[in-house]
Design a protein around this ligand. Structure first.
Ligand code: PRP
Length: 219
């Protein structure tokens, strides 16, 4: 039997995803040692491998088949535009992709003005403004702390993730338009889905059950 390999977006998401997997009987003791600098972890008994990667690289590993399964945010899946199957909404890390800015920028959006849009997600921003709104804008790619851009005059608005809205509020910004809801998803390599269908379907089925029970408890 060959190994099924999981690529997990490192950070909070990976920890939560492992907790879900654990409830389906998939564990990886090695991974719990937080002092370890190891990059790859093995469950010999179940023939599973796990590795942590930068979120934006997870779809790449999965498209090329270096990982059979990935766990990553919908934001990254949309931004990277890789060829893969999205098979499951894990229902965690729920937030929204939004256009945000000072209240005064609202009219620029209404009048479809040629404004500057700063974002860590240039592809999502481009798709939204060009294909959905048919508004010509200039997209400026940033790598973090995007809320700074309208404050210091780099751009009129931003496209960014809003979870609680606290970051926006504390910086005098607000949600101007909602682009889409986001959450963590499980993705699968297209060839693996066929070649390892039995094992992967079983994993999906068990996860779906655990998620359903969790959601019933929380309802
Ligand atoms: C994300 C996002 C916002 C913030 C939203 O930033 O880019 O800045 O979280 O959360 P809130 O609505 O609950 O305030 P992240 O922590 O990923 O850091 P970065 O964008 O600066 O890289």
């Amino acid at each position: 039997m060959r190994y099924i390999t999981f690529a997990l977006a490192k950070g909070r998401l990976a920890k939560k995803a492992m907790e879900l997997l654990e409830q389906t009987g998939i564990t990886c003791q090695e991974m719990k040692d937080e002092s370890s600098r190891k990059l790859i972890f093995v469950n010999e008994e179940k023939k599973l491998k796990f590795f942590l990667a930068k979120a934006s690289d997870v779809p790449t590993y999965v498209e090329y088949g270096a990982a059979d399964i990935g766990v990553v945010g919908k934001d990254t899946i949309l931004e990277e535009g890789r060829k893969l199957y999205e098979v499951l909404d894990l229902g965690m890390g729920k937030c929204r992709m939004c256009v945000a800015g000072p209240g005064t920028a609202r009219e620029y959006l209404q009048h479809h003005e040629l404004i500057r849009v700063a974002s860590k997600y240039p592809n999502i921003a481009k798709d939204y403004f060009y294909n959905k709104k048919h508004q010509t804008v200039e997209i400026i790619k940033l790598n973090g702390s995007v809320e700074l851009a309208p404050i210091v005059g780099l751009s009129e608005v931003i496209v960014d993730i809003v979870e609680t809205g606290t970051t926006l509020k504390e910086n005098g910004l607000e949600v101007l338009e909602e682009i889409c809801p986001l959450s963590a998803r499980m993705v699968v390599n297209q060839v693996s889905m066929k070649m390892e269908n039995e094992r992967i379907s079983e994993i999906i089925k068990n996860l779906r059950q655990v998620i359903r029970k969790r959601d019933q408890r929380e309802a």
